[in-house]
Write a protein that binds this ligand. Structure first.
Ligand SMILES: Nc1nc2c(ncn2[C@@H]2O[C@H](COP(=O)(O)OP(=O)(O)OP(=O)(O)O)[C@@H](O)[C@H]2O)c(=O)[nH]1
Ligand SMILES: [Mg+2]
Length: 275
């Protein structure tokens, strides 16, 4: 990958520089676009060793860093990640659940742009350029959607599609959003959005909480059509009813103006002892 090194002409509005001005340079991210802000990828991973080769293979070479949050994996997740991406920053998880993992991952990022990518092989890293393009063009939060024109899913059962649709309409009605997809893990944002998102949840309700708080904060949200592929190996950690109810609880609590206190643990999560 050839980087074209030039001084940055103007600092983007509202962007807190995470790297010194003199260390900035443009990275060419497509044949028509070069960007200055460094991009961090956050990957929550719990026993995903078999899927990581597909995930890392699809990541573009111009990214600034990869932060992998290990959910106390009992397989070779960490070793495989280090082999595939020697500079990977491995962050151990203190609690349990995807929300807890992302909280730790975001805190460890040094890039100005953060992209969340699942480790099950369902997300195509080639789409990252679309998310980043939307952000450098003015959006605060680039939210993946499997149901916007151009998006799709090979992974959702009819029951999950229905549940997602009902919960999406509820959020749209209660918070004045116009989302087409609520519970999707492929999103990107400028790091300053974390001040408004202020994550305090443990499980799969994390994306819903983020989507609600960014819209409530008046941030500019742009949906990005995204195709979700089937998980390649292993089984899903998501339980449609249990996690659907957690999502519903978050919606109702946020609408009631209360901050959601993180539950102690996510039932069904299987952490390894002593790591
Ligand atoms: N670190 C960490 N990662 C987790 C945890 N729970 C889930 N993940 C990761 O979060 C991502 C999404 O989890 P999945 O189990 O694929 O759930 P899903 O994508 O909603 O469900 P499927 O569509 O069936 O794949 C995967 O990369 C998981 O490894 C956790 O407790 N800790
Ligand atoms: Mg998945």
């Amino acid at each position: 990958m050839t980087f074209v090194v030039r001084p940055l002409a103007e600092k983007a509005q509202n962007v807190t520089p995470a790297v010194p001005e003199e260390a900035r340079f443009y990275r060419q991210i497509s044949s028509h676009l070069a960007i200055a802000p460094p991009v961090s990828i956050v990957i929550p991973a719990m026993n995903e060793a078999e899927n990581l080769p597909y995930v890392f293979k699809s990541l573009p070479g111009w990214i600034h860093e990869v932060v992998l949050v290990d959910g106390n994996s009992t397989d070779d997740t960490i070793a495989v990640a280090r082999e595939l991406w020697p500079d990977v920053k491995v962050v151990p998880q203190r609690g349990q659940g995807k929300g807890d993992a992302l909280t730790s991952g975001f805190a460890a990022c040094t890039g100005e742009i953060v992209v969340m990518v699942d480790a099950d092989g369902s997300a195509d890293g080639a789409e990252i350029v679309s998310y980043v393009s939307a952000l450098v063009a003015g959006a605060d939060f680039a939210k993946g959607s499997r149901f916007a024109n151009g998006g799709g899913t090979d992974d959702m059962t009819p029951v999950r599609k229905l549940g997602n649709r009902v919960l999406t309409s509820l959020v749209n009605r209660k918070f004045g959003a116009r989302y087409t997809d609520l519970c999707y893990g492929y999103n990107a944002f400028w790091r300053y959005c974390l001040d408004d998102i202020d994550l305090d949840c443990a499980g799969f309700e994390v994306e819903t909480l983020m989507n609600i708080r960014v819209v409530r904060a008046g941030l500019r949200v742009q949906e990005i059509p995204s195709h979700e592929y089937e998980r390649i190996h292993g089984t899903s950690n998501l339980r449609a009813v249990r996690d659907g109810l957690r999502v519903l609880r978050v919606i109702l609590r946020e609408h009631g103006g209360k901050r959601h206190k993180a539950p102690a643990a996510v039932p069904g999560a299987t952490p390894r002892e002593g790591s």
